[in-house]
Design a protein around this ligand. Structure first.
Ligand code: SF4
Length: 359
């Protein structure tokens, strides 16, 4: 079966990246679903068969096979965020996790070419931690409502308005914003970072809900900003209560980017890694993950005995990353992520302060 040509790039009409000039462009592989491709990708399909119907696999498999061959040829590693779709997450990635875990893996890896399957601030974070490597993102327009809610100029204004108050930035921000802040945090270590500052008051930006959820766990006064994740803020406490009425046996676990009244309705709240660990440790009969929809698919592939209830809120930015675009990245060395070296140096300090705190 010949697959439709989904690769959108017309390389000839675009200016090639520095990486493409250095490493060259590779020819487009055959994207036919043959018996050989079916056999080659069978072990991968075995892992995702609970979440990808058999009739869909012939569309994914030729890309999965081509990407896995090409990444070896390029000496690349592929990083996939927990919110990527299963055919990417389980099909082609070398490292999986949250944005910070991925950036740390990128720095540890011997590969000098990183393909970031996630949104733009994540690719920037990888570039900040490994400035000497080439970092590509399959679609540079994959943004984030949280990251775009605040600019470096906004942070400078906060600094003037609250002199002496440490500014902590959630990792979901641009390199420019990180460079203006004292330290980074993730959703799993935010309380620890807040308390490490040794002050009565901190600014925790830009996610107002994460900041409010953190404020309830510490005596430190946590000032915040008006940013929010468009995926997590859509969940409501009424919605959770209604699910519970129809399924009294369901366990509810929520991400702290959700509003506090939603977190109050949950049996557990934690980062994406915290939620995954909770499911793997507790193996509940039925669980509802109050977070981006693909994460439940990805965890379900590893815990098929757990019944996942999916109140499906998708992140439109994460969904811009597709197998055809990843293939384009490998063929045409696109789209290269760059960060001004001076900005990267300052942003790296904020990230490393947090990493050193962890250890
Ligand atoms: S899920 Fe929310 S925080 Fe994550 S990339 Fe999408 S908009 Fe940003």
């Amino acid at each position: 079966m010949m697959m439709p040509a989904q690769t959108a790039t017309d390389f000839a009409t675009r200016k090639p990246s520095k990486a493409a000039l250095q490493r060259g462009v590779l020819p487009m592989p055959e994207l036919e679903y043959t018996d050989e491709i079916a056999a080659e990708t069978a072990p991968i399909y075995e892992q995702v068969k609970h979440v990808i119907p058999p009739m869909e696999w012939p569309f994914h498999a030729p890309y999965v096979a081509a990407i896995n061959r090409l990444k070896k040829e390029r000496g690349a590693v592929i990083l996939a965020h927990n919110y990527q779709t299963p055919e990417i997450f389980h099909g082609v990635s070398d490292f999986r996790g949250d944005s910070l875990q991925l950036a740390i893996e990128a720095a540890r890896s011997d590969a000098d070419l990183i393909i970031q399957c996630g949104v733009h601030f994540m690719a920037e974070t990888s570039k900040i931690l490994c400035p000497e490597k080439t970092v590509l993102i399959p679609d540079s327009t994959a943004g984030c409502s949280l990251a775009s809610s605040i600019t470096a100029a906004d942070v400078r204004e906060l600094r003037e308005r609250y002199p002496g108050v440490p500014i902590i930035t959630y990792v979901n921000t641009s390199a420019d914003v990180k460079a203006e802040c004292d330290i980074c945090c993730t959703s799993s270590n935010a309380v620890q970072v807040v308390e490490s500052m040794g002050t009565d008051r901190v600014l925790l930006i830009p996610d107002q809900y994460l900041a409010k959820n953190v404020a309830r766990q510490t005596d430190v006064e946590v000032l915040t900003y008006a940013g929010s994740c468009e995926v997590h803020e859509r969940f409501t406490a009424d919605e959770i209560r209604s699910y519970r009425r129809s399924m009294p046996d369901v366990q509810v676990i929520a991400h702290p980017e959700c509003p506090p009244e939603v977190v109050d309705e949950a049996d557990f709240s934690g980062s994406t890694k915290g939620m995954i660990d909770w499911v793997k440790t507790n193996r509940p009969e039925k669980v509802m993950m109050i977070t981006e929809c693909s994460m439940a698919d990805n965890v379900a592939s590893e815990a098929p005995e757990v019944n996942f209830v999916r109140p499906c809120n998708l992140c439109p930015h994460m969904k811009k990353i597709t197998l055809p675009k990843i293939l384009d990245s490998l063929l045409y060395m696109q789209e290269e992520v760059t960060v001004d070296p001076m900005v990267a140096d300052k942003a790296r300090q904020a990230v490393e302060r947090m990493i050193n705190l962890k250890s």
